[in-house]
Design a protein around this ligand. Structure first.
Ligand SMILES: Cc1cc2nc3c(=O)[nH]c(=O)nc-3n(C[C@H](O)[C@H](O)[C@H](O)COP(=O)(O)OP(=O)(O)OC[C@H]3O[C@@H](n4cnc5c(N)ncnc54)[C@H](O)[C@@H]3O)c2cc1C
Length: 417
């Protein structure tokens, strides 16, 4: 440990999306800022986000945006009042990053390269005099009993009256966030809600899934088939894998499923693979196709809706003979086939844990954070930002918008200079 302890107005733990925005905002107000990052490089997760393209926010109005986060969403109101998607786009434009929404919804940097954002932020932090130290893993916050006074890293001690914990969650630990923030928060008296991996592929019990490997089905609806949780649904593209399912709808749905897996061990779900068609629409579709071609057999008929491998599986599951006309199947088999086209059952039985989880569900209890400042209600001078807090959203720029907005509010809230 160095003998001379350096002193700052603000120390930020973690140079991810939230930490970098906090650093910029606070330094612009004239604060001396130290940004501590345990990895040799900063912004590792931001760099990987959106497959390197960085879907940084979306264009939903704030109320709708918050509703997608579930019951904790309203907590974000003051942060979004300060920096919603419009504010974020203009914040980035100010540091030289142009953004656009090619589909009118998801927002990316026009370069479609997350490095553009990281480079611009680093440039801005340097010009504002933010001190950035890599390979500095913060181990604890030091307090004088009433307020924070600094941090200890594995090699140094630094002093400040304000500390922002922006150290991320538990997902994708190779990108830096390994849950240190939860331990740090716990050590100063905070409660952490149960943590679950979220936004990741899911494995299924059904062996037929492997035969449909790589089949991609658009606009799939998924629902949970447990009585109390029937309202849980999601819509989007689905891809079958060697032992389960992935794709945008699965990423979204997994944040609902992992707590249920924890509770029940297995989770029965149903998927509609026919773009939301109901029984009547399917029967009409079959009738139309048969009137166009009376010789069409069952598998050819199914292939007007789905790829061949899944069509074959549905024949097998319904005991229909693929190579004869649908009208020659028994009534029972035909009805079963149609019901499977409306809802195909699957049993989710696992996942790869935090190593493949893009986000963490759960985190530092919202009751213990002031949403107007992001300051801890437990220890004065400590603030929180980003994924470490008990807030998680679906796919589509929600989580980065939250990280940026909460980082912005925390950085703005320090009353130091
Ligand atoms: C592969 C992938 C793709 C994603 N794509 C998207 C997307 O397109 N859109 C979207 O909205 N969200 C996406 N997400 C989620 C999003 O990236 C995160 O929610 C967001 O980056 C969280 O920001 P954060 O600042 O809270 O934490 P992080 O970005 O995780 O930053 C935390 C930082 O703190 C550092 N740190 C941790 N502990 C310590 C310590 N003890 N001392 C010092 N430093 C420490 C870490 O190394 C890390 O750099 C994606 C996530 C992943 C993994």
């Amino acid at each position: 440990m160095n003998n001379t302890v350096k002193r700052f107005n603000l120390i930020i733990i973690g140079a991810g999306a939230s930490g970098m925005v906090s650093a910029i905002v606070s330094a612009r107000m004239g604060n001396s800022v130290l940004l501590l990052e345990k990895l040799p490089k900063i912004g590792a997760k931001l760099k990987a986000s959106g497959g390197g393209r960085c879907n940084l926010t979306n264009t939903l109005p704030n109320d709708e945006f918050m509703s997608r986060f579930g019951k904790n969403g309203r907590f974000m109101t003051p942060a979004l009042d300060r920096l919603d998607h419009r504010g974020l786009i203009s914040f980035l434009a100010d540091i030289g990053v142009e953004c656009h929404a090619p589909d009118g919804y998801r927002v990316f940097p026009t370069t479609h390269d997350s490095s553009t954002i990281i480079d611009a932020m680093v440039q801005e932090m340097k010009s504002l005099g933010v001190e950035i130290l890599n390979n500095q893993k913060v181990e604890s916050i030091i307090s004088d009993g009433t307020k924070a006074i600094g941090v200890d890293t594995t090699i140094d001690r630094f002093e400040a009256d304000n500390i922002i914990v922006a150290s991320g969650g538990l997902g994708y630990p190779t990108l830096g966030s390994t849950g240190d923030g939860y331990n740090i928060a716990k050590s100063i008296g905070h409660n952490i809600s149960k943590l679950y991996p979220a936004m990741m592929p899911l494995s299924t019990k059904d062996e037929w899934v492997s035969r449909c490997r790589a089949d991609t089905i658009a606009k799939v609806t998924m629902r949970v088939d447990i009585k109390k949780y029937k309202k849980m649904t999601a819509i989007g593209d689905l891809i079958f894998t060697k032992n389960g399912i992935r794709g945008p709808v699965v990423l979204d749905f997994s944040r609902e499923i992992t707590p249920l897996l924890d509770k029940f061990g297995e989770v029965p779900i149903s998927i509609n693979l026919t773009k939301g068609m109901n029984e009547e629409q399917i029967r009409r579709h079959f009738k139309d196709k048969l009137s166009q071609n009376p010789h069409i057999n069952t598998i050819q008929l199914l292939e007007t809706l789905l790829p061949n491998p899944i069509s074959l599986v549905l024949c097998e599951l319904s005991n229909t003979e693929p190579n004869i006309s649908i009208n020659k199947q028994s009534g029972e088999a035909r009805d079963k086939l149609i019901s499977l086209l409306v809802w195909t059952p699957l049993i989710i039985d696992g996942h790869d844990g935090f190593s493949k989880a893009m986000i963490t569900r759960g985190g530092i209890s919202l009751k213990e954070i002031d949403p107007y400042t992001m300051q801890s209600k437990v220890l004065k001078g400590v603030y929180f930002a980003g994924e470490v807090i008990d807030i998680d959203g679906p796919c589509g720029g929600y989580n980065l918008q939250w990280a940026f907005a909460s980082g912005y509010l925390a950085g703005l809230s320090l009353d130091t200079v």
